[in-house]
Write a protein that binds this ligand. Structure first.
Ligand code: AMP
Length: 415
């Protein structure tokens, strides 16, 4: 099978790494890719949100499967363009991707499907926002209604800050605060059958101890030793399957990766958000543990044959990923700095490796930073403590001027 992956972050590097290890994959391509992806796939320059360009590339390559990584191309309808051209594609239609593209739409689907989530109001004027904030009280949760790369949410006890965010966004969703630990649970679906993956936890804040601004994600780990037994089955039954059934019932089936961001609150499990694609950085640790070859699983989603798939096989061990971000991230990341120690960081036995996010190859063989999140250093181990130790040992071998990373990824869970 010839496979084309769309995207150029660490999530896509993780996807490409797994696909490159699948014997069924005869050729691997990625657009636009990055410096790390270029080591395992042939990279192509296209506008990843332009359905016509992506379709032309897929047809030119004779791709038997296209995997769309990021949300923006999905919301822009790239999967629709590919499907219309008869190309097998892993990723939902633009209509179904609204589950991520519009928080208000997601709330409406959840209400119809009876999926537990935070109570909320959609607000468009400052007066409406003020009323909703006062109805729930502090801490306040204000979410930009549109796509914001995980950065459109403000959680604060400062009413003025909450109001200012609402005013800056236009349409917002204001909702009750959910206490309790967060879990990311991914499921692969073909619109009917739903196959949950292993749960993971990510770290959204920039600084240790969950301080600082929200980011795209600074690290992740899997499994979650503290999670209640039966969590995956519960979420499949109360969240994932009802949501997939509701979208199919509406005539806009969701096929691809359904990501449930959950809060395990004192009153039960609640959905914080849905995403319509693999999460970054959780994908890095979930795929590190998946033993079933990836291409066949994604192809079964693309072709509506998930019900015929053997149960997924998982590594019993653990995986940890630590993100190295550029100086100034998330507000104003500095780019163009040389990265050193990449080869030294990787373990010969494959237990530690570096996934690239915002990187590009300079002509002279050096690798330069080219984005906010630069690298996702990933390691596996028998347990979280070993995986952590290996990941941080690898991080220490890498140098990037002004680079920043959290020191407490998976720390509590490993103890
Ligand atoms: P989202 O983009 O919806 O995942 O929100 C980003 C982050 O904001 C989440 O991972 C949570 O940490 C936080 N958050 C979002 N909604 C809530 C909520 N209702 N209560 C508490 N924290 C929230």
């Amino acid at each position: 099978m010839k496979v084309l992956v769309i995207g150029g972050g660490a999530r896509e590097h993780a996807l490409c790494r797994s696909l490159s290890q699948d014997p069924a994959v005869t050729e691997l391509h990625c657009a636009p890719g990055n410096a790390g992806i270029a080591q395992v796939a042939t990279v192509h320059q296209v506008d990843q949100s332009d359905g016509a360009q992506v379709t032309a590339l897929a047809r030119g390559l004779g791709a038997g499967l296209v995997v769309v990584g990021p949300e923006a191309p999905l919301v822009a309808g790239v999967a629709d363009a590919l499907r219309a051209a008869g190309v097998a594609v892993f990723g939902p239609s633009a209509e179904a991707a609204r589950l991520e593209g519009s928080k208000a739409f997601a709330k409406e689907v959840m209400a119809a499907a009876g999926v537990p989530t935070a109570r909320s109001y959609v607000c468009t004027t400052p007066a409406e926002a003020a009323e909703a904030l006062d109805a729930f009280g502090a801490p306040y949760v204000v979410k930009d209604d549109g796509l914001a790369a995980g950065k459109g949410v403000v959680v604060t006890s400062d009413r003025d800050e909450a109001l200012a965010h609402a005013a800056a966004c236009g349409q917002v969703v204001i909702e009750e605060y959910l206490d309790g630990p967060e879990v990311s649970l991914f499921a692969i679906t073909d619109g009917t059958t739903v196959l949950p993956l292993q749960p993971a936890q990510d770290f959204k804040r920039a600084l240790d101890g969950d301080q600082g601004p929200n980011t795209g994600g600074m690290g992740a780990y899997s499994p979650l030793p503290w999670a209640p037994e039966g969590l995956v089955e519960e979420v499949l039954e109360t969240v994932l399957q009802p949501t997939v059934d509701e979208l199919r019932r509406r005539g806009t089936p969701f096929s691809g990766l359904l990501y449930a961001g959950l809060a395990l609150t004192s009153r039960g499990t609640r959905v914080i958000e849905f995403n319509a694609r693999f999460g970054d950085p959780e994908t890095q640790v979930v795929l590190a543990r998946l033993r079933t070859p990836l291409a066949g699983v994604l192809h079964a989603s693309a072709t509506g044959t998930l019900d015929q798939l053997e149960p997924l096989r998982w590594d019993e061990g653990a995986a940890v990923t630590v993100v190295i971000a550029a100086e100034g991230y998330p507000a104003a990341p500095r780019t163009g700095d040389p990265i050193e120690g990449l080869a030294e960081a990787e373990a010969a036995d494959g237990t530690a490796y570096v996934l690239h996010a915002g990187t590009k190859a300079a002509g002279d063989g050096r690798v330069l930073s080219a984005g906010g999140r630069v690298l996702s250093v990933t390691a596996t181990g028998a347990g979280l403590a070993e995986a952590r130790e290996r990941a941080y040992r690898a991080v220490e071998r890498i140098s990037l001027a002004g680079g920043q990373h959290r020191g407490d990824i998976a720390l509590k869970a490993a103890q």
